[in-house]
Design a protein around this ligand. Structure first.
Ligand SMILES: [Zn+2]
Ligand SMILES: [Zn+2]
Ligand SMILES: [Zn+2]
Length: 477
């Protein structure tokens, strides 16, 4: 993307670099604009980089979408980054010291309760042969079979579908998804209090000795309910707030696991009751809870956990990515070829979300600020879940932003080396010099990669001023 003096050269370099910038992204964002470098002492402004000299006068930047169904290339990068974020918090690396591998850590899976029987794959024994789905002969109150004797295979499309849609508590399910983020927050807070109590400390006293950090990834189950996988790590507090030191001897994996287990069984948050304007519901975790220590040499090792968490992040809510974008109306929903259960989940979000009193009460319970649209309508395509798919505490490890930033710097370093000039700004100073400030002015110019046909022979912009002789600097999109 560095700038050349002749039109021909400019176009040739730009084309090869644009492919590299877009990184195989199938839906890149096009930006128009430029970046100037300003000398902080004299105030002199020099054009460092401009999209005007590139084909079509635009820069392509990656969409960074996490979903495989939207962009396979960006999704693969997202998955690698997610794996790195999880792994470095357990094994060290990427700004985290290797000593964290000796800190107590737990791998936790928390699920939603049952909202009615669904077809499921149950396996038995080491070879994991499938067992009958739900072996019983009775009927439900709606006259449908209450059991299913099929042995469902892995890809069976009936998995996750209710045995009887009228027995399935759809309102309960979407309310649960809506409140899962606050239930997780309540669980973290209560765990901290429980660990403090077990150590005979106040919460403030505990925080002076120990820091409990986590990374959590969310998986959408086939039944349309979210399912949380988290790594919880216990660190000590050093002299410096940024130190990552071993916790005191009393803070063992066992103690934290016992506290967390007790909290998960007890903790609840309050939701409004859609059937009774004066009533409330208690939102809790389901009975399927798994809390196990992470051991470097045990069955639950860091690498396995990182792969496991990253695996689910790039999946769509439904196969084929039909619900990758918000559902705009019930008429829009009617045009989507969804299976009955997913359709009913979205419809329930719309039924409850258009009841203004209920929707406002639910948003308040979920800690969401009143927005233009109630949360249930905004996130009906995720069955009410409006949280992030991966979150972590600041101290757990690195961030997506830091990993992307490192990639950008690396690409520019390579670019600087290839151009033979190294990385210098528009004043010829080394990249990052405090005497230069980069000011970028960029605006959205569309989506998708411009092809030669779109650009045409006259499409390439004018050559860029000789001032722009370096690789695009800080402030580049
Ligand atoms: Zn992409
Ligand atoms: Zn079944
Ligand atoms: Zn029924």
């Amino acid at each position: 993307m560095w700038l050349c003096h002749t039109r021909k050269e400019s176009r040739k370099v730009a084309e090869s670099v644009q492919v590299a910038v877009a990184g195989g992204c199938v839906s890149p964002i096009r930006l128009k604009g430029h970046t100037d470098h300003v000398d902080v002492t004299s105030g002199e402004v020099r054009r460092a980089f401009s999209a005007a000299g590139l084909p079509g006068g635009v820069v392509h930047v990656r969409c960074n979408n996490r979903r495989e169904s939207v962009c396979p290339a960006c999704s693969a990068t997202y998955k690698r980054d997610a794996r790195r974020i999880v792994l470095s918090g357990l094994a060290g690396g990427t700004s985290v010291p290797d000593t964290v591998s000796g800190h107590p850590a737990l791998f936790v899976t928390l699920t939603a309760p049952s909202f009615g029987p669904v077809h499921s794959r149950r396996s038995r024994g080491k070879r994991g042969e499938a067992r009958a789905c739900r072996p019983r002969r009775s009927e439900c109150p709606h006259g449908r079979p209450a059991g299913c004797h099929a042995r469902h295979g892995d890809g069976d499309p009936t998995l996750g579908q209710p045995l009887c849609p009228d027995c399935f508590d759809y309102p309960g399910a979407v309310i649960w998804n809506s409140l899962a983020p606050v239930l997780w927050k309540a669980t973290r807070d209560a765990t901290e209090s429980a660990v403090a109590a077990a150590a005979g400390l106040t919460v403030a006293g505990l925080r002076r000795q120990v820091r409990i950090t986590f990374v959590k990834a969310v998986e959408m189950q086939a039944r349309g309910l979210v399912h949380l996988h988290a790594v919880v790590r216990v660190d000590g507090r050093g002299e410096d707030p940024d130190d990552l030191v071993a916790p005191p001897g009393w803070a063992t994996t066992r103690l934290v696991a016992d506290c967390l287990r007790a909290v998960v069984a007890e903790v609840s948050v309050t939701a409004p009751d859609p059937h009774d304007p004066a009533g409330t519901l208690a939102v809790r975790w389901g009975v399927q809870v798994d809390i196990r220590p992470v051991a470097l040499d045990g069955p639950t090792t860091s690498g396995k956990i990182a792969n496991y968490l990253a695996k689910y992040l790039t999946k769509s809510v439904t196969a084929g990515g039909l619900l990758d974008r918000p559902v705009r109306s019930l008429a829009h929903l009617a045009r989507l070829p969804l299976h009955a259960h997913a359709r009913r989940m979205v419809e329930t979000c719309w039924q409850l979300g258009t009841d203004e009193t209920f929707a406002a009460a639910l948003d308040e319970a979920a800690g969401r600020l009143p927005g233009r649209l109630p949360g249930l309508l905004r996130w009906s395509h995720a069955f009410g879940w409006g949280g992030h798919w991966i979150t972590k505490s600041r101290k757990y490890s690195t961030t997506f932003g830091a990993l992307r930033g490192a990639r950008r710097v690396y690409a520019r370093l390579i670019g600087g080396a290839l151009s033979g000039r190294g990385l210098v700004d528009a004043f010829g100073r080394p990249d990052g010099d405090p005497n230069t400030v980069a000011v970028g002015v960029w605006r959205y110019a569309g989506r998708g990669l411009l092809t030669d046909g779109d650009i045409g022979p006259a499409g390439a912009g004018p050559p860029v001023s000789p001032a722009g002789r370096s690789a695009p600097g800080r402030g580049e999109p």
